[in-house]
Design a protein around this ligand. Structure first.
Ligand SMILES: NC(=O)c1ccc[n+]([C@@H]2O[C@H](COP(=O)([O-])OP(=O)(O)OC[C@H]3O[C@@H](n4cnc5c(N)ncnc54)[C@H](O)[C@@H]3O)[C@@H](O)[C@H]2O)c1
Length: 368
């Protein structure tokens, strides 16, 4: 019987929720939950027990689980030989942790390396969490702004709508546009990828267009821009900032430090009470002043660098994450056996370490 262990995460989300635990137990798996793993997302240990799980400590998970699931890449969890860890790894930033798993002859499935293809959508943790981040960025921005979002026509006069600029129109950026639209803001969207332009427009936002970008994509992701183009982007946003109340940035190139798109000058140019929500804070940030998990005041703006916005809605974030994990386990487990069928692109791409073997090229070059 395959044993699945669920670690208590440090950001308040939990990787499997009781509803999916129940379905796994019904399929014949044993599920071990670390004490209070779901507490912050309002899933009590008793809910897990009612779903058929066993509440255990971390060491028991280490000793007994065949598969261990977590939201983030745990620093302190020593994967043992033959054990499989599934989590968001951002392994290009945490190669040391991935190499440690390889040295222990363990297996590492990087949820962030699942390909962005149609068949993998139901397992796409990046998308489910980015959806929440985009929504939450707008809600947080609306809370911090000193003005209301929508246009209002009242007996006391007219209130103009907030001007929002969304930079980076991937999953989070598009959700931010859709959410800001619902709140009545006037939105301008921008992305270097050509395919994003139509998506921005279809959500009712204006498209900001800048000639000269490298628009090619790698697996759907943007590529790094030239220094010259980045400078032109910065100058464009310095101008745009003077008529923007809320800027939401989410410009990311996988494995690279986030590009600086909002300069100090742009922050000085914003109208008083400006807010910037920097969704790229985890990767260094899209502004010159972003500090991870802090709010920095500069010029006319407050720059929010929270690195885990999805964790601010832990219940929804955990529920979606859990369904993604459930679907991935469904693909990985056949007839009660973990099967690593590397002819399947999804399994091949996300299994970056297999029984000690480094499978991802970026890790191979770092073998110690
Ligand atoms: N078919 C699927 O199953 C599926 C599912 C989800 C996402 N996707 C695709 O995957 C891709 C990545 O999405 P994501 O949300 O993870 O993106 P991401 O988080 O990697 O990046 C966010 C956005 O930043 C943009 N960006 C990068 N550098 C920039 C710059 N200098 N200036 C402005 N914008 C910049 C990117 O183009 C991207 O849209 C997208 O093409 C998306 O449509 C596909």
């Amino acid at each position: 019987m395959i044993k699945i262990g669920v670690l208590k995460d440090n950001d308040g989300r939990v990787a499997l929720v009781p509803q999916d635990v129940y379905a796994l137990v019904k399929k014949g798996f044993k599920v071990l939950i670390e004490t209070e793993a779901g507490k912050n997302a309002l899933f009590a240990d008793s809910d897990y027990e009612a779903a058929g799980a066993q509440i255990v400590n971390r060491q028991e998970i280490r000793e007994n689980a065949d598969i261990v699931v977590s939201i983030n890449f745990p620093e302190d969890f020593g994967v043992r030989e033959g054990q499989t860890l599934i989590c968001l790894t951002y392994f290009l930033w945490h190669k040391d942790r991935a190499l440690k798993i390889a040295n222990a002859k363990g297996t590492l499935i990087a949820l962030d390396a699942i390909p962005r293809i149609t068949r993998a959508q139901s397992m796409d943790v990046l998308s489910s969490q980015a959806t929440i981040a985009g929504y939450e960025a707008v809600v947080l921005g609306a809370e911090l702004l000193p003005i209301l979002m929508p246009m209002l026509s009242t007996a006391a006069g007219m209130v103009k709508p907030v001007e929002v600029l969304v930079i980076g129109a991937g999953v989070a950026g598009l959700q931010a546009i859709a959410t800001a639209k619902r709140l009545g803001a006037r939105i301008t969207g921008y992305d270097v990828r050509e395919s994003a332009q139509e998506e921005i427009r279809s959500l009712g936002a204006q498209v900001l267009h800048l000639e000269g970008a490298r628009t090619e994509e790698q697996g759907g992701y943007a590529v790094e821009q030239t220094e010259d183009f980045l400078r032109r982007q910065q100058q464009t946003f310095e101008k745009q900032a003077s008529k923007t109340n809320l800027i939401i940035t989410s410009a990311v190139v996988p494995g690279k430090k986030a590009p600086i798109l909002i300069t100090r000058k742009a922050l000085e140019n914003m109208p008083p009470g400006g807010v910037v929500i920097d969704l790229a804070a985890q990767f260094g940030g899209n502004t010159e002043v972003t500090k991870a998990d802090e709010i920095v005041e500069y010029g006319n703006a407050r720059v929010v660098g929270y690195t885990s916005l999805p964790a601010r809605k832990p219940r929804t974030a955990s529920t979606l994450f859990s369904k993604n994990i459930f679907n991935l386990l469904d693909l990985l487990i056949e007839e009660n056996q973990l099967k690593f069928d590397f002819s399947d692109q999804i399994i091949s791409d996300c299994t970056i370490v297999y029984n000690g073997e480094l499978r991802h090229p970026a890790l191979k070059s770092d073998k110690q």
